[in-house]
Design a protein around this ligand. Structure first.
Ligand code: ZN
Length: 219
């Protein structure tokens, strides 16, 4: 099963992706990570990534497909997060997988409002010593404003409300076309992300188990 997780900043998509990869034994392809690794070796990419922008869509497609070719990953067992974001990327990935007798089974969009995203991200704190990330609402530190390691917790500069709003709008603008395209093809499921982590996770598991059941019956 190959799935794509879409979600705005602070939608909880990272948390859900981690839970889902564990549950289904999927390979977690997080393109934020991949971008940062690429940026380490390339000044131009470093500038793009550090400014919070996306690597140009066709270029990113090449990096992801190269990565899939090189890493000997099971092409029937991947959770994609952060890619594809554009119709061109989705189609390129779908074509690549088709040649390998595989496909993208489903895309899940974890939806949150801009207001909720701002509230959540304003509550994020990072440890100045060990860099562990907390959230005062959803994942509070053991002590007020203090990390488990004893380090002081601070707010990251790009977690200011204005900067979150910019990132949220950027996400929406970029993925809107892909979301509409997948809705038309009935390849997308929306999940309400403004609920407890467990509830969202159970919803997604129910959806995926149904798909898995269907696939197994066909075999
Ligand atoms: Zn710490």
């Amino acid at each position: 099963m190959n799935i794509v997780i879409l979600g705005a900043p602070a939608s909880g998509k990272g948390t859900q992706s981690e839970l889902l990869t564990k549950r289904y034994g999927l390979y977690y392809l997080q393109t934020g990570d991949l971008s940062r690794k690429l940026a380490e070796k390339n000044e131009r990419l470093k500038e793009i990534v550090n400014s919070g922008k996306l690597i140009p869509q066709e270029e990113m497609t090449l990096y992801v497909l190269d990565f899939l070719k090189d890493e000997k990953i099971d092409l029937n067992n991947i959770l994609f997060e952060g890619f594809p974001r554009f119709v061109s990327q989705y189609e390129a990935l779908e074509n690549f997988l088709k040649i390998k007798n595989s496909t993208i089974n489903l895309t899940i969009s974890i939806d949150v409002s801009k207001e909720e995203a701002i509230t959540r991200m304003s509550a994020r704190r990072i440890c100045t010593v060990c860099k562990k990330v907390y959230n005062l609402i959803t994942n509070p530190p053991p002590k007020d404003e203090e990390c488990g390691c004893g380090g002081k917790l601070v707010q990251r500069e790009d977690d200011s409300p204005k900067s979150i709003e910019v990132r949220f709008d950027y996400y929406e603008k970029n993925t809107k076309v892909l979301i509409e395209y997948l809705e038309k093809r009935e390849k997308l499921v929306h999940v309400n992300g403004e609920r407890p982590i467990e509830e969202i996770f159970n919803d997604i598991v129910n959806i995926l188990d149904k798909i898995n059941g269907k696939n197994n019956n066909q075999n």
